[in-house]
Write a protein that binds this ligand. Structure first.
Ligand code: GNR
Ligand code: NI
Length: 168
């Protein structure tokens, strides 16, 4: 396993749209385990391949307190079960130090492939629903800051550009 480098907003590579995984091979398994280690190291509840500059539809999530319930989502698809929107404070390992409120549909159904290549579906609400939607946004090149006003996003961008050496 290895801890990977996480791209920091406004790095343009975070805007790349990920491609479908065509085969669950050793490369995808290694990527998944590296993503998990990188996520735990950063105390995150989720991480997408996009954030480590690998543009494949691979996501890891663990919303458990004990950090012992990893969920691997390959080629995830989402269906909205309850469109009523709920506000949640979101953070992102690619936007370190900033937490902002985002509205998202409260209940979803996720269909994805696991690391054995089997399709599975789960229903999610609360933090899991938020985390999955946040990660699937990354795979499409979207960031939670896109839901904020231009002014707020610009302020955060300027602060991060000052603090980190971001490649724009
Ligand atoms: O660690 C994370 N916490 C979090 C909190 C609220 C909503 C979404 C998240 S995901 C984030 C890790 C991350 O950046 N994943 O892409
Ligand atoms: Ni994120």
């Amino acid at each position: 396993m290895a801890v990977l480098k996480i791209l920091i907003f406004p790095d343009q590579r975070l805007r790349t749209v990920a491609k479908d995984v065509l085969e669950i091979n050793d490369e995808v398994k290694k990527l998944s385990s590296d993503l998990l280690e990188t996520m735990y190291k950063g105390n995150g509840i989720g991480l997408s391949a996009t954030q480590v500059n690998v543009h494949k539809k691979v996501v890891v999530i663990d919303v458990s307190e004990e950090k012992n319930s990893p969920l691997f989502l390959i080629n995830p698809k989402v269906e909205i079960l309850d469109p009523e929107e709920k506000i949640h404070s979101e953070g992102c390992l690619s936007v370190p130090g900033f937490y902002e409120e985002v509205k998202r549909p409260r209940k979803i159904k996720i269909t994805a492939i696991d690391l054995d290549g089997n399709e599975f579906s789960i229903e999610a609400s609360d933090l899991l629903s938020v985390a999955v939607q946040h990660e699937m946004d990354h795979l499409e090149g979207r960031i939670f800051l896109d839901f904020l006003s231009n002014l707020k996003r610009q302020r955060i961008k300027q602060k991060l550009l000052k603090k980190f050496k971001v490649v724009v």
